[in-house]
Write a protein that binds this ligand. Structure first.
Ligand SMILES: *Cc1c(COP(=O)(O)O)cnc(C)c1O
Length: 361
């Protein structure tokens, strides 16, 4: 569509065009029901079918074993920052947190309200520009928590950290979920806000092992216990039905396009091109350490704030948007999630070349 431009926004972010078109149709009438998807009762036959299919597609996509529940919650990934310790971290217990960015820090802040936090590693000494190689786990953590992709700082774990045997690994995968194959059996729980790699804002995907659901505190408001949502297929109360539907369409799109292996190859190609360009550029420079670079959020600078600003204006004249970096890193950030087209990466590289030739140092 010619009226669409390349959207590098970190979140809410670009969605696959064919999914948007399907949403347009189903918004008016879901199948032949004569009722739009947003207007159906969450307990009716039509929406129940959507929900069950979405769960089945999610399971197929990430090969999620039957001993894990798949939940659709609200309150964003940020609500998991407190829901996790409320359920699993007692006052005298310790949880291990890997501190690799702004979101890890917020998760740590909320966990401290409920129990002890052991910071098992930190990259704060270098403005979170790398993923620490060493993790020092505590003796008897009730769980270990990490952020697989640091949306703001543009770093990403290449593989998951390995906590001591028996310690459930919990992952905030908000900005790289389903961007590559994942071995779910290594995790106790994986969660992600929907608005980066899954669809529109409004729902939080939680993949959680059933024994953890059972282990959660019973001394909490019902809405804050995982078991409530697990028992009722996320329909204890009215779930965010439209976001769930839209995320379901994205799952179908992924399944049709080679699944997680297929999307991983595309993501590597897209990010690879961009980093290759940055590495040979005499003007632009990637900010993340070489071995820690994110395939989802590529952060870079010119080293001159004025030039950064000029470059961002330059991209806006060329049908690109959302490239301004987060204020804690500065410069530029290209968020190139699953749905971001390779043609947009090519357009960005072409713009960088042109800008560089006009601004030789
Ligand atoms: C965006 C983001 C969040 C916050 O998500 P909300 O849905 O806005 O609460 C948390 N963690 C990471 C890694 C993110 O990228």
């Amino acid at each position: 569509m010619s009226d669409r431009i390349f959207n590098f926004s970190a979140g809410p972010a670009v969605m696959p065009e064919e999914v948007l078109k399907q949403c347009q149709e189903d918004m008016w009438s879901l199948g032949k029901t004569g009722i739009g998807v947003m207007e159906h009762s969450h307990r009716g036959k039509a929406f129940s079918a959507v929900l069950l299919q979405t769960i089945a597609d999610c399971r197929a996509l990430a090969k999620i074993p039957d001993d894990y529940d798949i939940l659709f919650l609200t309150g964003g990934a940020s609500s998991q920052f407190f829901m996790i310790p409320m359920n699993f971290l007692g006052k005298d217990q310790t949880a291990d947190y890997l501190m690799t960015g702004a979101w890890s820090k917020k998760a740590i802040g909320d966990a401290k309200r409920y129990g002890n936090v052991h910071v098992a590693c930190s990259s704060e000494d270098k403005n979170c520009s790398y993923i620490p190689a060493e993790v020092t786990w505590s003796k008897s953590a009730v769980y270990g928590h990490f952020t697989s992709n640091n949306t703001i700082f543009g770093t990403q774990f290449k593989t998951e950290p390995t906590p001591p045997a028996g310690v459930p690994l919990i992952c905030d995968a908000s900005s790289d979920i389903f961007s590559r194959p994942i071995d779910v059996t290594k995790y106790g729980m994986i969660y992600a806000g929907s608005q980066k790699n899954l669809g529109p804002a409004g729902v939080t995907l939680v993949i959680i092992r059933k024994d953890l659901v059972e282990r959660g505190s019973k001394d909490l408001p019902v809405m804050l216990q995982y078991r409530t949502h697990a028992k009722e297929d996320s329909c204890y109360n009215t779930p965010p039905s439209f976001p769930i539907y839209a995320v379901g369409q994205v799952f179908k799109w992924l399944l049709k396009n080679g699944g997680l292996e297929g999307i991983a190859a595309k993501n590597e190609a897209k990010a690879g091109k961009l980093y290759d360009y940055l590495d040979q550029s005499s003007l632009f420079k990637a900010t993340a350490a070489g071995d820690s670079r994110s395939l989802m959020n590529v952060t870079f600078v010119t080293g001159d704030e004025k030039l950064d600003e000029q470059f961002i204006a330059f991209t806006k004249e060329r049908k690109m948007d959302g490239l301004k970096g987060h204020r804690s890193v500065g410069g530029m950030r290209a968020s190139i999630y699953n749905a971001f087209p390779e043609a947009g990466v090519d357009a960005l590289i072409a713009a960088m070349k042109e800008f560089e030739s006009q601004n030789r140092k």
